[in-house]
Ligand binder design. Structure first.
Ligand code: F6P
Length: 319
């Protein structure tokens, strides 16, 4: 193996730059040339790539977003698009590829390996929704951003004696809502993976108000439904003034936390080590604080589930 490439794909996540840096520096450490592919699989199909020197990844470990840019690419989902991608890799004499991204990006990585091209996946998404790894790059930063926002909302909610529905990201996964809700003492946390009873949610707000609490926080994962519609239902059922905040893409930006920088550095280095060892069809995972290479099929074998013990704990602690 002499030349490898790295790309970021799907929704960006804080820490992706730290992972790119680790891939480039570890690659150089092993005597490899490293190329950066611009704008994910779309750039790969076009052959849009540049050589990354050791120094080219200086001063990025602390930055959010991705210096390689990202995209969601429909063409890459077609057989023709994937064949073009492999041709570009061969034309540019690339021997192995590291893909940093979420579930969809991993399916692309798997497809490339099936076409005979060694590809390793690094889980990078704020959603934490990849099976087989305890954490994905970007999740810790996202939940810290969310709790900072909720803390601010809590200040004004208390001043005005209001209930707030806060809609957070996560596509179909409840991890962001669950961790941020637990960390912020929310009255209710609504996630797609656990059934809930609207009457119980309303009762919790009423009970909080009766016992003199001046604010109520309900954290709703976007996968459950619209925060605005949910807020309307609460408004109609209660005498407590209610407001809704949809946090949106603010959750995807910002400087990565120390946890995400360290995780990304470890995962980036591991991905290169796997390629150097001749491994393929693998994803990098963290389990019980050990970073390892596991079969990429583990990402698809089971549906990711958040830690439902945390869900029960949050319920107990918020009474
Ligand atoms: O997968 C990351 C994520 O931010 C999800 O939480 C969210 O549902 C989705 O991406 C939003 O995608 P886009 O930025 O394309 O609107």
């Amino acid at each position: 193996m002499e030349r490898i490439a790295v790309l970021t794909s799907g929704g960006d996540a804080p820490g992706m730059n730290a992972a790119i840096r680790a891939v480039v520096r570890t690659g150089h450490y092993h005597g490899l040339e490293v190329y950066g592919i611009i704008s994910g699989y779309a750039g790969l199909i076009e052959g849009n790539m540049k050589r990354l020197s050791l120094r080219s990844v200086g001063d990025i470990i602390h930055r959010g977003g991705t210096v390689l840019y990202s995209a969601r690419c429909d063409e890459f989902k077609t057989e023709a698009g994937r064949k073009n991608a492999v041709e570009q890799l061969k034309k540019n004499k690339i021997d192995g590829l590291v893909v940093i991204g979420g579930d969809g990006s991993f399916r692309g990585a798997k497809a490339l390996t099936s076409l005979g091209f060694p590809t390793i996946g690094i889980p990078g998404t704020i959603d934490n929704d990849i099976s087989g790894t305890d954490f994905t790059i970007g999740f810790d930063t996202a939940i810290n951003t969310v709790i900072e926002c909720i803390d601010r909302i809590r200040d004004t909610a208390t001043s005005h004696e209001r209930a707030y529905v806060i809609e957070v990201m996560g596509r179909n996964a409840g991890d962001i809502a669950l961790w941020a809700g637990l960390a912020d003492g929310a009255e209710s946390i609504l996630i797609p993976e656990a059934p809930f009873d609207l009457d119980e949610v309303i009762e919790r707000v009423r009970f909080a108000s009766e016992r003199g609490k001046r604010h109520s926080i309900i954290v709703l994962a976007e996968g459950v439904g619209s925060g605005v519609e949910f807020g309307e239902k609460i408004k109609q059922a209660l005498s407590v003034e209610t407001r809704v905040t949809v946090l949106g893409h603010v959750q995807r930006g910002g400087s990565p936390t120390a946890f995400d920088r360290v995780l990304a550095s470890r995962m980036g280095a591991k991905a290169v080590e796997l390629l150097v060892k001749g491994e393929k069809d693998k994803m990098v995972a963290i389990r019980n604080n050990k970073v390892l290479g596991v079969n990429i099929d583990e990402a698809f074998a089971n549906k990711h589930l958040p830690d439902l013990e945390l869900y029960e704990l949050a319920k107990i602690l918020s009474i």
